[in-house]
Design a protein around this ligand. Sequence first.
Ligand code: KIV
Length: 334
Amino acid sequence: MRLALKLERRKGVDPTQGRDPKLMYGSQSATKKVTVPELRARKSTLLGSPELAPKIAMVTAYDYTMARLADEAGMDMVLVGDSLAMVVQGLNTTIPVTLDEMAYHCRVVARGLTRAHLVGDLSFMSYQVSSAQAVESAGKLMKDGAESIKLEGGQEIAEHAYRIVRVGIPVVGHIGLTPQSVHAFGGFKVQGRGEGADKIMADAIALEQAGAFAIVLEAIPPDLAADITSMLTVPTIGIGAGAHCDGQVLVCSDLLGLSRGHQPKFAKRFANLGDAAVNAFSAYVQEVRAGTFPAAAHAYKANAQSAAAQSERRPPISASGDELDAPLALDRWH
Ligand code: KIV
């Protein structure tokens, strides 16, 4: 069945068009904005060489500081994911976050990016009702700085995706474990086993035909992700979908080791900033309590007046802490 769904792969144009790929992809010094046509052309199977089409690196960010750091590191795509409900707002699922909240975070993340492409996530119930609602919601995120939008679902939302693409808004699809459907799935569970594999294949085709320029594959078996990747002409971006996708995405707090609770199996920690932060906070607490912070190095220069003049400003205090000369110019303290 899966084989029957395979499309003949169309050969793409070399996206580098004679330019040095190192300057185009992932170099810290490259500050030119990553564009949708460039990302679409990063279909590794079209070019067959990781030198010519390095895999797409994508991460979530929810604020200006994180966005700047990811951008400086050479990230290709930054996603303001609705995972912000769980990472930033401390909720159990992504369902409650609103479109207004997504728009606010798109606005602040956009200010931190000079190179990476910014994807805004459509929140639960901001696109499922109708194509008109989907286009309107997508437009809102674009006005707030997104350069493309992502929405969850396959065949059932393909028409909405098509309408969004038709008004000139680039679309990223998202299939497999789509967290907005967590209750229908009965939890955050791997999708696409058994019969489910054919549905996800068909979803991928529907999204490509609707005009999505990339598709996120979340929590599906690696062989299914590999089949989808070789079938599609647009890049796949995996998260818990194995090594054969055209790119990878991770949640920034998982990648940096900032998350304190359960970490999904696929979420490799590239640093342990959570522990580093706790250590730094506790060192600060100690120093403030002990009075060793701030030291002279952290204080501004004193006023130009002499030490004598300054001491005159203060009522002299005895060793017991009592004021010795209370009437001394209390008015100077105002
Ligand atoms: O919201 C999110 O962070 C996402 C990624 C996990 C793909 O959708």
